[in-house]
Structure formats: structure tokens, C-alpha cells
Design a protein around this ligand. Structure first.
Ligand SMILES: [Zn+2]
Ligand SMILES: [Zn+2]
Length: 283
């Protein structure tokens, strides 16, 4: 697969499991050293909802550890956010995807095509997401740039489809996906990521589910979506519901993200810490 998108791997309509990359892990060579970093640094490159509320970028959370760098989710606006915050796309080793909605994975076609045409990436890139990621990514690329899923890339692209509640290991990090409640045409995940000796859990998009309890248990940081304030909607969390479950979330630090207009109007008055674009957390 070195140096190209292998149409057997990223091909629209290819459903032959034998031709898919191995699930649960792919070793990555060529990761850069991030010598100036604290042990683990988290930065919100996008803390917004799907609809640009508050002028915020769509979801993208950068995690940098001494021996690896990853993003959790890559929304349609995420490549713009990387440029805004001075993050070199080629420095990303792994892209983890919680679920296949456009504000969480819609930036991947741009990221991949930038890597090939503009950033001239040479080191491997791993994309790991829920079952369905291979086909949906190929479809997204074909809709946006016809023929683009068949381009022979100049770098190795590994796409892994993560099994629920099963640990997967990539260069310098591990991830455990927990199934959550969200409607997106694929199994939606919360992701519990460990790298550099620290654990960061991100809820993805979900209404309340008890799976958030083990996903966050003992984490150094939990990032949880909070789309609404006091008007519950299906498949998303609201502030009052989170308050009701606060004692069940045993993470050292909890930060709210993916806030809609009602939440943003109250963001200065919350009892919980809230994200904003560019916010940095050092663990
Ligand atoms: Zn979303
Ligand atoms: Zn969603």
C-alpha cells in the first residue's frame, strides 16, 4: 500500500473483508519527535457544533504526546482550523473518528488530498473509525472530488475500522471505542485514548448512555459534548442531563464541547469548564 490509495482498500463499494486493512491496529513508522512538548498536550482546533454556532470550527481535537500526534475527529472545517492554529497537517500520525457525520469526518477528503497535492506527505497516515469508515470515506471523496478515491497517493494510507469495546493500538497510542447513542448510519463511538501515559476520553455525539461511565473512569481528561442547555433532543446531551449524571463521571477533568446557541449564551455562567477554539490543556 506504500505510496498510493490502493483501490482494493479504499474503493467505493468494496465490501470484501479480505481486502480491507487489518482491524485493530497498524504499526506506524516515521513518527516525528515532539521534543518541546509537555508529556501530553490537548488543543481544541474545533469546539463547535455542526452548524457553525458562535463562529466556531467543527470538531477537531489535537492530542500531542512525546512520541505521537493525533486528532480526534476531522470536521469539514478542520483543515482550515489547522491552518488557523499553525498545526502542520503532516505532523499528524493518526486521525481517530468517533462517527460518520460531516462535522466529524467531513474534513478527511480535504486532509487526504492536501496531504497528496499540497503538503506532499511522505510518512504513513492512519485513519481509524467505526465500521463503515472505509466505504463512507470513499463515497465522500467521490461526491466532493470525483475520481479522488482512486488517486495513487504519495503516502501510505491505512484505514482501520474499530471494534466496540476492543483496544486498538497504533504508533504510540491506544484507543478503546465505547458504543454511544447517536444516529449516523454507523455505530457511533466515544473514544478513550491513551498516549504518553495519559488518558483522554471524548464522548463524540451522543445522548446519555451508561457507556460514558466506563469510558471516562479514571481518565485524566474527559471531553463531552453538550449541544443543548435545558431542552433535551434525541442523540445529543444537554447540560441539565449531564448535571444529573455528574457523580458518575470519574475523570480528573471534564470539559464541555460541541455547544449550540443555548449553551454558548450561558458559557460564562456554567459550573463546568467549557472548550473554545484554540484552548490548550496540558496533562
Ligand atoms: Zn456533531
Ligand atoms: Zn453527529
Amino acid at each position: 500500500m506504500q505510496g498510493k490509495i490502493d483501490p482494493k482498500i479504499l474503493g467505493a463499494g468494496n465490501r470484501d473483508p479480505a481486502l480491507r486493512p487489518a482491524i485493530n491496529g497498524a504499526a506506524i513508522n516515521g513518527t516525528e519527535a515532539y521534543s518541546t512538548m509537555t508529556p501530553v498536550r490537548v488543543q481544541f482546533l474545533g469546539s463547535g457544533d455542526a452548524f457553525g454556532s458562535g463562529g466556531r470550527f467543527q470538531t477537531c481535537i489535537l492530542v500531542t504526546a512525546p512520541d505521537t500526534r493525533l486528532i480526534m475527529d476531522c470536521g469539514a472545517s478542520s483543515l482550515i482550523a489547522m491552518r488557523q492554529f499553525g498545526v502542520e497537517p503532516n505532523s499528524i500520525d493518526t486521525v481517530l473518528i468517533t462517527h460518520l457525520h460531516g462535522d466529524h469526518f467531513g474534513g478527511l477528503p480535504f486532509f487526504i488530498l492536501d496531504a497528496h497535492f499540497m503538503s506532499r506527505r511522505t510518512k504513513p497516515l492512519t485513519v481509524a473509525g467505526p465500521p463503515g469508515t472505509i466505504d463512507r470515506l470513499a463515497q465522500a471523496m467521490e461526491v466532493l472530488y470525483p475520481g479522488s478515491s482512486q488517486i495513487k497517493l504519495r503516502f501510505s494510507l491505512e484505514i482501520s475500522e474499530l471494534e466496540p469495546e476492543t483496544s486498538a493500538h497504533f504508533g504510540g497510542m491506544s484507543v478503546i471505542p465505547y458504543t454511544v447513542k447517536h444516529s449516523c448510519g454507523c455505530p457511533p463511538y466515544a473514544l478513550r485514548v491513551t498516549c504518553g501515559g495519559k488518558t483522554v476520553t471524548y464522548s463524540g455525539d451522543t445522548e446519555w448512555t451508561d457507556n460514558l461511565i466506563p469510558a471516562s473512569d479514571g481518565a485524566d481528561l474527559m471531553i463531552v459534548e453538550c449541544t443543548q442547555f435545558d431542552k433535551p433532543v434525541s442523540f445529543h446531551l444537554d447540560y441539565l442531563t449531564l448535571q444529573a449524571h455528574k457523580d458518575q463521571l470519574h475523570a480528573a477533568r471534564i470539559v464541555l464541547t460541541h455547544m449550540g446557541p443555548d449553551m454558548l449564551a450561558r458559557v460564562e455562567d456554567l459550573d463546568w469548564e467549557a472548550a473554545h477554539d484554540g484552548k490548550v490543556i496540558e496533562l
